[in-house]
Design a protein around this ligand. Structure first.
Ligand code: ADP
Ligand code: MG
Length: 592
């Protein structure tokens, strides 16, 4: 007890002294004897190594110097570099195609990709190279013509078309493709499904989703192992000596077999390999930094940006801001007359997941400009219903139409023809969706998030899209965050950007799936205020929420769902004050 008292007293004393005179102490750093010992040992090791390497004449540094820039060595080095570059580029390109084929919905594509990867990973590279080198034996001529007919446009001898170098490039690329496909697929799988859903909800095409949304994010996971592969490849190119192709290593061997200076010439190759790997590591560092934008909490200065200057979007933002207010095109995304207001008809929708019926014969109409709020316990099917409206979820039966247009079908007479993806995407672009988890694209700034779909789907001109995006951000109170990445925004700010992103397509209908459920209580208000503002402007909205007070204020109609069915629907006053169904009353008793 006494010691505790004494120490606490001394702490008080210390605090008093330090606040009076902060510079009054002498600081004694902690001692780390083991760290010092380790450092001394490491230093000694380096000295001994250097001493031995520099004084042992058998290393033959003079011979090394003589051959380091030797013409034959440089030609071999050039071949190694070419092989690495071509096989990396071709291998990763083919690997990318294989990876996307592997994750595609087509069973045939996916199976074919799987089989390729299985086969090429099983065959030793050396065997593959030798087989390819002997392909002239299997197929003496290369014919260009129409298959299964006698029509022939040209015919070449296989060995004259396929040089040894070409065989090496093809072999290394085919092999590389199988391995890089799996690395790229790993990267793709690491991206949250919500990203693709958000992209799909914006009407972006599958290709656009893959190349602009998923791949740039996946690159963060792809690059470290990808560069491992490239570095491995740079060294593995030496395997083409089996084809008697004089790349760096083979050339060095030829020389030392002639002059017997084995070690110095191996050192020539080693140092050149060291240089190649160092350059590759530097390149990797730069590329990693590039794809890290927006990925961490810290704001990182763009490495390339310093050389290239601000990008096009940043320049446009600066230009728009510099223009006097009066010159800016007036924009009225929130105003009643600036866009169409849609009517939603949900007819007898059913949807099962396996045996489980998530939606059971649900019908609902939302009049133009009406705000409908869906409430109900978790698992009631609220999200599923919302997702059938923009066809993120494909119903088993029934259909949804917006202004009489069925979202996924073309009606001709009594027959419904399923639409192609592109047509579905176009209709989808008229339906804005805001997700519980925001699903902003983390590698794009707020403005970039907002302009992606208007430019890609509605073919809006870049400058106009940026101007509109700035106005929308202004409307949700975030004009100062135009160039911030989502990770540098609070949850409430992210959700407001997500709302602005949904508005950027001037949708006829807006869907909100628990837009405030992922937010801290003090951030809920700012998002609800934004939605209230929208509701006043007369946009057709369907909102799933647990915020009963908010529902009472904005809703024209409340829908209570349970077990995949609509239990009852009505005006907020009526439904909240005198629910007609006992289950509604029970639910309200819990949440009110
Ligand atoms: P809510 O949004 O009302 O909480 P959901 O619409 O998300 O409910 O889900 C309704 C029911 O359907 C839940 O029981 C859920 O487990 C089930 N469900 C939703 N999506 C899937 C899916 N992809 N696979 C299997 N079951 C699902
Ligand atoms: Mg839900």
């Amino acid at each position: 007890m006494a010691t505790t008292d004494a120490s606490s007293a001394s702490v008080e004393l210390d605090l008093a002294r330090s606040s009076a005179d902060p510079g009054g102490y002498r600081v004694v750093p902690a001692k780390h004897p083991w760290r010092i010992a380790g450092t001394v040992v490491a230093g000694l090791l380096i000295l001994v190594t250097l001493h031995s390497v520099l004084t042992n004449e058998r290393w033959g540094w003079t011979v090394f110097a003589q051959y380091f820039f030797d013409g034959a060595v440089l030609i071999g080095l050039g071949r190694t570099l070419w092989l690495t570059l071509l096989a990396s580029v071709l291998g990763f390109f083919l690997g990318g195609l294989l990876a996307f084929a592997r994750v595609s919905k087509s069973k045939l594509l996916s199976g074919l990709s799987w089989a390729y990867i299985w086969l090429l990973r099983s065959i030793p590279l050396i065997v593959l190279l030798l087989v390819l080198n002997n392909i002239g034996y299997l197929y003496p001529t290369v014919d260009i013509g129409i298959p299964f007919t006698d029509i022939l446009f040209a015919q070449y001898g296989t060995t004259s078309v396929l040089s040894v170098f070409a065989v090496a490039v093809i072999g290394l690329s085919l092999n590389q493709a199988a391995f890089s496909a799996e690395i790229i697929r790993g990267g793709i799988l690491s991206i949250d499904q919500g990203q693709q859903e958000a992209a799909a909800a914006l009407g972006l095409s599958w290709r656009h989703q893959s190349l602009r949304i998923v791949l740039p994010q996946a690159m963060r996971a792809i690059i470290p192992s990808g560069f491992n592969e490239i570095i491995g490849l740079a060294k593995a190119t030496s395997i083409v000596y089996v084809l008697a192709l004089p790349e760096l290593f083979y050339t060095v061997q030829v020389i030392y077999k002639r002059n017997l200076e084995v070690i110095p010439l191996l050192m020539v190759a080693t140092v050149w390999y060291l240089i190649i790997m160092s350059v590759l590591s530097l390149v990797q560092f730069g590329i990693e930094r590039y794809f890290a934008k927006g990925a961490t909490r810290e704001v990182q200065a763009p490495l390339l940006g310093r050389f290239l200057g601000p990008n096009r979007t940043a320049r446009t933002i600066a230009a728009v801001r510099a223009a006097p207010q009066a010159q800016r095109a007036p924009l009225a995304a929130f105003d009643r007359h600036s866009h169409d207001v849609g009517r939603i008809d949900i007819r007898r929708i059913t949807k099962s997941f396996g045996d489980f019926k998530a939606l059971d014969n649900v019908s609902l109409t939302v009049e133009p400009g009406e705000v409908t709020v869906i409430i109900g316990p978790s698992g009631a099917g609220k999200s599923t219903l919302l997702r059938t409206i923009n066809h993120l979820e494909r119903p088993d039966g029934g259909f949804v139409s917006i202004d009489g247009e069925i979202i996924a079908y073309e009606q001709r007479g009594n027959v419904l023809y399923e639409l192609k993806d592109r047509a579905i995407r176009e209709r989808r672009a008229g339906i804005g969706m805001v997700f519980q988890n925001f699903n902003l694209f983390p590698h794009l700034t707020a403005v970039e998030n907002l302009i992606e779909a208007p430019i890609a789907v509605q073919k809006l001109e870049h400058g106009k899209a940026v101007g509109q995006a700035l106005d929308l951000l202004d409307r949700v109170g975030l004009s100062d965050k135009a160039e911030a990445y989502p990770r540098h925004l609070s949850g409430g700010q992210q959700q407001r950007v997500a709302i602005a992103r949904a508005l950027a397509l001037k949708p006829k209908v807006l869907l909100f799936d628990e837009p405030t459920s992922a937010l801290d209580p003090e951030l809920v208000g700012e998002v609800l205020d934004t939605i209230k503002e929208l509701a006043k402007s007369g946009t057709t909205m369907v909102i799933v929420t647990h915020e009963i007070g908010f529902a009472r204020e904005v809703a024209d109609k409340i829908v209570f769902m349970e077990n995949g069915r609509i239990v009852e629907a009505g005006a907020p006053e009526r439904l909240f004050n005198s629910p007609s169904h006992p289950r509604t009353a029970e639910f309200l008793a819990k949440v009110l």
